[in-house]
Unconditional design. Sequence first.
Length: 226
Amino acid sequence: MTSQDGDAPRKGAARPRPSARERAHTWISSAILAGDFAEGEFLDEITLAREVGTSRTPVREAFHRLQAEGFVDLVPRRGAQVRVINARELEEIYQARFLIESEAILRICRKRKGAPERLEELLDGMETAGRKKDWRLSAKLDQEFHLSIVQQQGNDVVSEMYESLGPRHVRLAVRTLVEAPERLPTIQAEHRELANALQSHDGSYGVQVLRKHLRIVPEVVEAFPQ
């Protein structure tokens, strides 16, 4: 790709500055993931605009995207409220993930595609984040790991559907690690097993590992309202 004067773009050129709406979205979603806002808490536009360094309009626009992603609910005449995830929604998200991911594993193994190239890098990144107790980064890499598997099957529509679960996936992963950090070694070992199953084209074993991986442990369920 060349610039308008015919020269190739310079390496290391500064990236465009994120828009005010993007900055507001990033700030608010990160704060929710960090637990800075409690579930059920209403978010104040004026305070958030001051924190982000923008006007109220970009914050309001960010709320609509956050609603679509499952971070907040927009309540008439009250504003944005941090969405409360209950035990039923937790179970439904895990069921949806299993349906999509298990089919992806079987298709990848039938086609003998092997594991996505990025998996090893993501596995290493998750283990490093886990040692540092960086739950947000660990959860983000977890979502990218599973998304990479779904994308490997080559169905763009299914990949888009799965990706729409991403924000809730990350939020639940953070919550799981906060509530049950002792599960981290098991989660990491299961990720390795999934990668090995894909690499050896063993779909039935891969689905077996996935079922175990996506089980919901009681101590996590108890942390969610019924």
